[in-house]
Write a new protein. Sequence first.
Lengths: 327, 153
Amino acid sequence: MVDEKKLQDAVKKTVSRDDVKYVVGYEKGTYGFQVTPSFAYDPKDADKFIFSPLCVYNLAVFPMLEEKPPLRKDQEPDTRKIGVVVKGCDARAIVQILQEKGLNREDVVIIGIPCTGVVDPKKLQAQFPENGKNMDIKTGKDNFIITIDEKTHTIAQDKLLDEKCKHCEYPTPILYDILIGDEIKATKKEDYKEIEDLEKKSMKEKWEYWEKQFERCIRCYACRNACPLCYCKECMVDQLSPQWVRRSVNLSENTAWNLLRAFHLAGRCIGCGQCERSCPMDIPLMQLNKKIEKEIKELFDYIAGIDPEEKPLLAMFKPDDPEEFIL
Amino acid sequence: MKYKKWSEADKIIEKFEPNIIGFLCNWCSYAGADLAGTSRIQYPPNLKVIRVMCSGRVNPIFVINALQQGADGVLIGGCHPGDCHYERGNYLARRRMAVLKKLLEYAGIDPNRVRMTWVSAAEGNKFAEVVKQVTEDIRELGPMQHFKRDNTW
């Protein structure tokens, strides 16, 4: 897959620049197949950086989580950049944030990694529930090679691949400062099969399906906190006056929250799947996001996170937008 | 907490009077509604009007919140394309509502509960027709039982 030595060298070079505060990447977790975000403030921190098929998580949240505390009278603002290690999908999140002017291009250093597909941690856990110390996974030709205590298993890619990777159209980052390895051409195509299957059901069946899903929501807002594009200073559910969505956990408020969360990502969601991955109740949030993605592609011919210069979907219009639903 | 199931909802339909919230734009639709009133055109009294300065002001939160608080349908009225007092508000609202309707449909809530219309200040007749049609449609759909709030204090 990717030469980790090259990645570490690139990170070292980036961190040693004066205008870079830190670089976010991945490091091996405590045990099992865990992978956690790693922060390199020093060139020597870069040695623990890895990139394996376990690196599903989207690190584009971190530049957005950066706190900007109020300054004292003669204090200079910290204008140092933040380095982020991104895959193809994560780079789209950064492009989308740039498009909305949530970040300036000169605030981030993007270290791009062309990615051939990452595994779904939940699927991996189901197949290999061990929690040993010496566990590793590598990408083979069309399989994953898993090493557990010096025993190797090979498993077909389709069985472990994350949902987003099965239809990945942008394996190489769209925007990067440093690219590790060679570009990869996209071979897969998004077909929205799962969405279309649910669309075909009757109204009643659809509501019964979503009722079951939304009833389970515990409103921990993990989906919001993990999402790189949910970066409002104050989220509408935290507002008290007016309080649009109440804090009680019941079907009514859960439905309102989940629909509004999906709507607020209309034309912005880039399909990294971080919301669904972080959901403790396994609510299929990506089905809502993908549905909107599909609709805006059909209605407005718009794809999120492709062009940092384009205007955001809901902030612009065309005079000939579809209006057959208008009386 | 359990909500009324579909079978129970079906029984209520007979004596059901729909409760519709109308978000009407100050410059066109609201004036259109006013004209319908002053011209003494009859239309169903089920529409409860909230005046907004522009249809672009209507946030989808308003729509979902209205449905939560017991509205059976929502009608959004704006100026005809090109006539917006703020030049582009109705175009933006059109995009928003197109996405919202698709999302509601996907979640199993009939998209006909959320309607949008262009009514100019001179179209009192059209306004009455639209309200008649929306009321009929929602009367057919029955009460909104999907995600109504059970405590509304």
